[in-house]
Design a protein around this ligand. Structure first.
Ligand SMILES: [Zn+2]
Length: 187
């Protein structure tokens, strides 16, 4: 169970954004449709669904976060369901599975000590714990976030799309146009 009771709750959103950006960046490394790239972002944050316990009580949050949806079974289930709604099913399934594991790895590294991963839950209560994990507000997490943000900008400029492409195509096009103009101006 987590030991740093009281610290990570308010800091979690920063981490969710980093997961989102990670899903977008990795998803763009494959020949995917806009919907598949959107699903790449969704699977990248999907494990944090078990953090909704915070809406009910702090106890529920600490009991279920990093447990119920941060495990192999949930990763297989969500990847399978999302792959069923994808065009390139096999490839999408494997990439979704990879992204969910990247989420677990990022949490393992940067969620602060005591926030272990119950990888085999519900079959086992064994926890992968990292006593050297850096805290949410750390330069390491800021570095990760900055790298992904720079990557997102590079994708916008060179590939002509942003994470908004599937949901808000018009705004996406405007953003790409603005960023490309700014990139040219800076040269
Ligand atoms: Zn997480």
């Amino acid at each position: 169970m987590p030991t740093e009771v009281g610290t990570p709750v308010g800091l979690a959103p920063m981490h969710v954004q980093t997961h989102l950006l990670c899903g977008w960046c990795i998803g763009n490394g494959f020949r995917f449709t806009p919907r598949e790239r959107l699903l790449c972002m969704v699977v990248s944050v999907a494990p944090d669904i078990d953090g909704v316990g915070i809406l009910f009580s702090e106890k529920a949050y600490f009991n279920f976060h990093h447990v119920v949806a941060h495990n192999l079974l949930f990763a297989l289930f969500v990847s399978g369901v999302f792959a069923a709604f994808s065009t390139h099913r096999t490839k999408a399934f494997l990439v979704y599975l990879l992204l969910m594991h990247l989420h677990l790895l990022m949490d393992f590294l940067g969620s602060g000590p005591g926030w272990g991963i119950f990888y085999f839950w519900p079959f086992s209560r064994w926890m992968a714990n990292n006593p050297y994990a850096w805290p949410f507000y750390s330069w390491q997490n800021l570095c990760f976030a900055s790298i992904f943000l720079a990557w997102v900008l590079a994708i916008a400029i060179y590939d002509g799309r942003t994470p908004l492409e599937a949901l808000m195509p018009e705004l996406d096009a405007k953003l790409v146009k603005t960023l490309r103009r700014a990139a040219v101006w800076r040269r």
